[in-house]
Design a protein around this ligand. Structure first.
Ligand code: SAM
Length: 383
């Protein structure tokens, strides 16, 4: 049967986590612009394609008949893509990767690479460099983003890593980027690319070395909120269990372990690169391998034996402000803590977390004096 592109309007797409807010769509003008261009310049039947940073599955679903491989670092995006493929009874056997080097078959070359520009240039740079062994001189490298998110610095990366780069006119405030791979030879695999793309900084007071992989929150300096939380860390006892929820580079959990090396620390985040960073930060400072899980909030963590949970919650999903992830973090924390367990969170003063925390904990108090950030201590989880 002839493979075809499935029009966006023929698919029913939902964001993940599912939201009741009807103004939040699971695709935007950048996806539409990409798919319009691909419709006019379609893939050949046997073309191999790679989709990078698809947010909720608009691209993967529309191109599913061509069996694209999709690369996302986000567990939330991966779940959205899988849910939407299932819900639309589309090809459900698409390969997901979160790195190229170890996960792609040796020798594979993509004819198409379709990229949604990520928020962080460090991630874009890492992704473009990772691609080099897997493209050929005629690979179509087509990227898109909202015009406000496309900067000269993005285009410079395409120029320097891939080759000649041009852009389209804006349509509904989204633009396409076309790049032509023009290096003389294709590059060989660099198994050290991930390490080479990491940056490292030191926290003076504790002597902690933090390792930040591409795209990870505050990968090259300590976040000011986290810095406030570090002044109100729990006093832990030997062999207690601590969870660093939404761990990013792992700075909070690693400092706790530095203060008490017998502490059992678990790191969770929805980003593979974040969890990998946390693992590296921990190994660098504590010389042990921590427990880790890439997941949405605390999904799939079966233990409810934690003595302490530390969290600097996100209040954005991609570009949209939301308190719902923080709300779920508090709710799930209350289930995973022991009765005597404690949740410490840091937040901007303007964020209205108190009513949310009160829903899940019987004792909620502010323990900080910072003018900009609040550290909340929540005890006595309500079951
Ligand atoms: C404000 S950052 C804090 C990072 C780190 N704890 C620190 O203090 O530097 C929030 C983190 O939550 C993660 N995150 C966002 N949504 C999540 C979700 N649904 N489940 C788990 N982690 C999530 C982000 O990837 C990010 O690393």
């Amino acid at each position: 049967m002839l493979k075809k592109i499935i029009p966006l309007e023929k698919t029913k797409l939902q964001r993940f986590p599912i939201t009741k807010d009807k103004t939040l769509k699971a695709w935007n003008a950048a996806d539409e612009h990409l798919l319009e261009w691909i419709n006019e310049n379609p893939l050949k039947q046997d073309d191999k394609s790679l989709i990078i940073n698809d947010q909720f599955g608009a691209l993967s679903c529309s191109l599913s008949e061509f069996q694209p491989t999709y690369w996302t670092d986000s567990y939330l995006s991966k779940t959205a893509i899988q849910n939407n493929l299932n819900a639309n009874s589309l090809n459900q056997k698409l390969q997901h990767i979160n790195q190229c080097e170890q996960q792609l078959a040796g020798g594979i070359k993509f004819d198409w690479v379709i990229i949604r520009i990520p928020k962080h240039n460090s991630l874009l740079s890492f992704q473009l460099k990772s691609l080099l062994p897997f493209i050929h001189r005629d690979t179509v490298i087509l990227s898109a983003g909202m015009s406000k998110d496309i900067h000269k610095s993005n285009l410079k990366l395409f120029e320097s890593i891939i080759g000649k780069t041009t852009t389209s006119l804006a349509k509904k405030k989204a633009r396409l980027i076309f790049s032509k791979f023009d290096h003389l030879t294709t590059q060989s695999l660099n198994q050290n690319l991930l390490i080479d793309s990491a940056c490292q900084f030191q926290i003076k007071q504790s002597g902690l070395n933090v390792i930040g992989l591409p795209g990870v929150f505050s990968r090259d300096s300590l976040d000011i909120g986290s810095n406030v939380l570090l002044q109100y860390m729990p006093e832990t006892k030997a062999s207690q269990k601590l969870l660093d929820l939404g761990c990013g580079t792992g700075v909070l959990g690693t400092i706790a372990a530095k203060q008490n090396p017998k502490l059992e620390v678990t790191f969770t985040d929805e980003s593979w690169l974040a969890v990998e960073s946390a693992k590296m930060t921990f190994q660098e400072n504590i010389s042990q391998i921590p427990l880790t899980k890439v997941t949405d909030v605390l999904d799939g963590l079966t233990n409810n034996h934690y003595d302490h949970i530390l969290c600097n919650p996100p209040f954005h999903q991609q570009n949209v402000q939301t308190l719902s992830i923080a709300n779920r973090m508090f709710k799930e924390s209350s289930k995973k803590l022991k009765n005597s367990g404690e949740l410490r969170i840091v937040a901007n003063r303007h964020l209205k977390y108190k009513p949310m925390l009160n829903q899940y904990f019987s004792q909620v108090q502010v323990i900080s004096k910072d003018p900009k950030f609040v550290v909340w201590l929540a005890k006595k989880p309500k079951r």
